[in-house]
Design a protein. Structure first.
Length: 151
């Protein structure tokens, strides 16, 4: 599995814990930045990660900003990206089981490193349930301005 990880300045510190967890699991990681705490714009890092996931350069992505919300909004503009704002165990599991989320968004100002590691672990380990959810996920990729051509 190859996972792209990106954060803005508000997510920089939490990104270190996420990278540590992914590497401990033997995941190939692509660090898309930021690489320091200087103020920067979250859409730039969301575009790097979501662009990789959309193009197939990464199977999944992790995005971190202050709340996770901005990253989630930006990432979901990319075709084929299903980014989920995760703030507790239920959100981590259901985003995978029912929505087949391929990008997790975390809030660097809202959760601790150990909590992020736990939520990320649940998200990585939870399989997509398929069945009726597969039909619904298919509809996500076929509606709205981000719909893929030809679908």
């Amino acid at each position: 599995m190859r996972i792209a990880v990106g954060a803005d300045h508000a997510g920089f510190d939490l990104k270190a814990a996420v990278l540590e967890e992914l590497r401990a699991r033997g995941v190939e990681v692509v660090d898309c930045g930021t690489h320091d705490r200087r103020p920067c714009d979250y859409p730039d890092y969301a575009a790097k990660v979501a662009g990789m996931v959309a193009a197939g350069g990464a199977s999944r992505g992790v995005l971190i900003c202050g709340t996770g919300q901005g990253m989630c909004m930006a990432a979901n503009r990319f075709p084929g990206v299903r980014a989920a704002l995760v703030y507790d165990e239920f959100a981590a599991q259901i985003s995978r089981q029912h929505n087949d989320a391929n990008v997790i968004c975390l809030g660097g100002r809202l959760i601790s490193g150990p909590e992020a590691k736990r939520l990320l672990g649940l998200w990585l380990e939870t399989p997509f349930a398929g069945d009726r959810h597969a039909r619904r996920v298919g509809k996500l990729d076929s509606v709205g301005p981000c719909a893929r051509k030809g679908d």
